[in-house]
Design a protein around this ligand. Structure first.
Ligand code: FES
Length: 92
């Protein structure tokens, strides 16, 4: 928390609104990529960071990028699908 001093911080509540979701949230919703309240925000922000990278060519690139998000309950299939869809819509 001390490292955030004098910096701005966006939480998932600031990402989109219930009636105007962020595109990454829309993609997770449309692809049933939703997990628990701990996992979903972390994965959403990881996906946004990933979308700023170049050279994301393969599903393995997405899976490798998400390896710090450890969910105990999922196979990640729909999450990967949601991120792929988002990247495709962004034309990355
Ligand atoms: Fe959060 Fe699995 S959905 S721990």
């Amino acid at each position: 928390l001390a490292q955030c001093n004098n910096k701005s911080l966006t939480t998932v509540e600031g990402l989109g609104k219930i009636d105007s979701l962020h595109k990454i949230q829309e993609s997770f919703k449309n692809n049933h990529g939703l997990q628990c309240g701990f996992c979903t925000p972390g994965i959403l922000f990881s996906a946004l960071e990933l979308s700023s990278k170049k050279n994301i060519k393969k599903e393995k690139d997405i899976r490798d990028f998400l390896d710090g998000n450890l969910c105990r309950c999922t196979g990640y299939h729909n999450i990967i699908k949601a991120i792929k869809n988002y990247l495709k819509e962004k034309d990355i």
